[in-house]
Design a protein around this ligand. Structure first.
Ligand code: 3PG
Ligand code: MG
Length: 397
């Protein structure tokens, strides 16, 4: 596991300039950060380095400005929220390289924290331009990567820098990798995976990788319909990628040859329109009317899913079981999430969840804090679960 160095091997860092890559790509509405989770996650690393007397220089991206300075994607307004979460002063430098950055770093005292402007304002960030990485490296002595959620990007601040300065994993990077290792790397068996969400097409690599690694794969959400249809079930006008039937069949064949059980819904909550509190009925799969839409898996399916969760030692979860954002089609996701949380609380289950909607769904169920680990990563979590090497992680090894 310890293929990379962590903050544990950093002792004498008083006065050292430490470039810390964090993920401050947080949701913002009307100029206000609406979810500070990612900032809270990187706070331990920042505080630890600052308490040891390092000069902590934060590198981050925000949005996708495509190599140009775009005012609406400045990190300046976010500095204030970082300050509040850290309860520590966080001055801001208007550029991440050049005189503005160098001047601000020169002004730092030991233990200070500084936030630099969006690294993606420079084209060299995303192209991982060695010259740009070198300019970043000039203002630091050490590099700490605490941005697991951006580790699927081979960018200058997530990959290039690790080759130019002594590189370490921050506390959140370390926690993410340890949790993922427990979830899929070397998990306690049986391992059950729940994969939901709208489309099979976005999760093909994930499904293919999971069937070779887990003992049961629960498929929910809109993507379950594609599997049901592939098996010849009429899913009415439910969301369904009919053209992916051969792929779904292929995944089921792979699963069978790997002794991985595929758990598909046996009943569904069916409505005629996609709307909150739409008239609905619970029907067995096999009797979905032509004008019906399956918006959630039904109670019999939830029992079957919970039975698998109950037998599992490890659960990995990505994607909701139904249209959890509109009531009452959140019921299955909430029920399974609560059950997984209670098994985790009893100490009989290691539960690891991640991916954009998943965190929102677990928060909605009120159990995000009761899972063993909830990743704040979207794409990086998926790519890791797909078995792909993450450039930002590889570079730390
Ligand atoms: C994220 O929000 O998923 C990460 O910060 C990566 O952002 P990106 O998808 O724009 O690279
Ligand atoms: Mg993303």
């Amino acid at each position: 596991m310890t293929q990379f160095k962590t903050l544990d091997s950093l002792d004498d860092i008083a006065g050292k300039r430490v470039l810390v890559r964090v993920d401050l790509n947080v949701p913002v509405k009307d100029g206000q950060v609406t979810d500070t989770t990612r900032i809270e996650r990187v706070a331990p690393t920042i505080n630890e380095l600052s308490e040891k007397g390092a000069k902590v220089i934060l590198l981050a991206h925000f949005g996708r400005p495509k190599g140009k300075a775009v005012a609406s994607m400045s990190l300046e307004p976010i500095a204030q929220t970082v300050e509040e979460v850290l309860d520590h002063r966080v001055p801001f430098a208007s550029d991440c390289i050049g005189e503005a950055a160098a001047g601000a770093v020169a002004d730092m005292a030991d233990g200070d924290v500084l936030l630099l402007e969006n690294v993606r304002f420079h084209a060299g960030e995303e192209s991982n331009d060695p010259a740009f990485a070198k300019q970043l490296a000039e203002i630091g002595d050490l590099y700490v990567d605490d941005a697991f959620s951006a580790a699927h990007r081979a960018h200058a601040s997530t990959e290039g820098l690790a080759h130019l300065l002594p590189a370490y994993a921050g506390r959140t990077m370390q926690a993410e990798l340890e949790a993922l290792e427990k979830g899929l790397g070397n998990p306690a068996r049986p391992v059950v995976a729940i994969v939901g969400g709208a489309k099979v097409s976005t999760k093909l690599d994930l499904l293919m990788n999971l069937v070779s690694k887990v003992d049961a794969l629960v498929i929910g959400g809109g993507m379950a319909n594609t599997f049901l249809a592939a098996k010849g079930t009429d899913v009415g006008k439910s969301l369904c990628e009919h053209d992916l039937a051969p792929t779904a069949k292929q995944i089921m064949i792979e699963a069978a040859s790997n002794n991985c059980a595929i758990v598909l819904p046996v009943d569904g909550v069916v409505a005629k329109e996609f709307a909150a509190n739409a008239d609905n009925e619970t029907l067995d799969i096999g009797s979905i009317p032509a004008d019906g839409m399956i918006l959630d898996v039904g109670p019999k399916s939830v029992s079957a899913i919970n039975e698998w969760i109950g037998k599992a030692s490890t659960l990995v979860w990505n994607g909701p079981l139904g249209a959890f954002e509109i009531e009452p089609f959140d019921a299955a996701t909430v029920a399974a999430a609560k059950f997984a949380a209670s098994c985790t609380g009893e100490g009989v289950l290691t539960s690891v969840a991640g991916g954009g909607d998943t965190v929102a769904a677990l928060n909605h169920a009120g159990v995000a804090g009761d899972f063993s680990y909830v990743s704040t990563a979207g794409g990086a979590f998926l790519e890791w679960m797909e078995g792909k090497p993450l450039p930002g992680v590889e570079a730390l090894k």
